[in-house]
Design a protein around this ligand. Structure first.
Ligand SMILES: CC(C)(COP(=O)(O)OP(=O)(O)OC[C@H]1O[C@@H](n2cnc3c(N)ncnc32)[C@H](O)[C@@H]1OP(=O)(O)O)[C@@H](O)C(=O)NCCC(=O)NCCS
Length: 167
């Protein structure tokens, strides 16, 4: 395969002005990357949680939210809730499979480690199970959550950070 000059993703902290862009990434990621595991009605219910952009922005601001950019444009984001829980991790489908999710997750793990965390958890959607498994997360518990009247399954997974995340 010919080597192409693919621009490298960068990272920066979230700013409130990013909210509409991140809402669009959230919706696109759900619509295009989760269809093998969730029905259209489930995807719609999940995506509609950002319809209220103001509360979505508040949530992003209240957590430690990192943004991945490509040529300065946001292409993904991830957030750490408290010291030990990955709350959100979403990558725009146009750049999926190019390491952006791994880069964000790496950074969140380092930040959690720096906050003294030894066990980091995530409620992983079914489509993201293998992504987290590959990174050393272990499934602990299966959950069913209701979002706007739809039941969606996810799995609580945990990764031991001890020794590996001395930031
Ligand atoms: C899960 C998600 C964040 C992964 O982001 P990404 O940028 O595509 O992932 P990466 O390119 O960094 O992948 C890292 C590794 O995981 C693997 N991987 C990524 N998504 C995968 C999937 N759905 N199934 C299996 N493996 C996957 C990649 O092949 C890669 O493996 P490698 O290191 O051997 O090459 C992205 O698919 C997404 O936004 N999904 C929809 C939203 C969602 O469900 N988020 C999780 C909520 S907890």
């Amino acid at each position: 395969m010919m080597a192409e000059a693919i621009p490298k993703p960068a990272m920066r902290p979230f700013l409130p002005a990013d909210t509409p862009m991140l809402a669009a990434i959230f919706v696109a990621a759900i619509q295009e990357l989760t269809g093998d595991d969730y029905s259209e009605t489930q995807q719609e219910a999940w995506a509609s949680t950002v319809d209220d952009e103001e509360s979505f922005g508040k949530k992003l601001l209240g957590e430690l939210t990192l943004i991945a950019t490509l040529q300065n444009a946001p292409v993904g984001f991830g957030s750490l809730k408290g010291a030990d829980h990955i709350d959100m991790l979403y990558v725009h489908p146009s750049v999926a499979g190019r390491g952006v999710g791994a880069m964000l997750c790496d950074a969140l793990e380092k930040l959690a480690g720096a906050r003294g965390t030894t066990s980091l958890s995530v409620d992983a959607s079914d489509n993201a199970l293998d992504f987290f498994k590959k990174r050393g997360y272990v499934a602990k518990q299966r959950n069913s959550v209701t979002i706007n009247g739809e039941w969606l399954a996810n799995t609580t997974m945990e990764k031991t950070l001890a020794g590996g995340a001395k930031a």
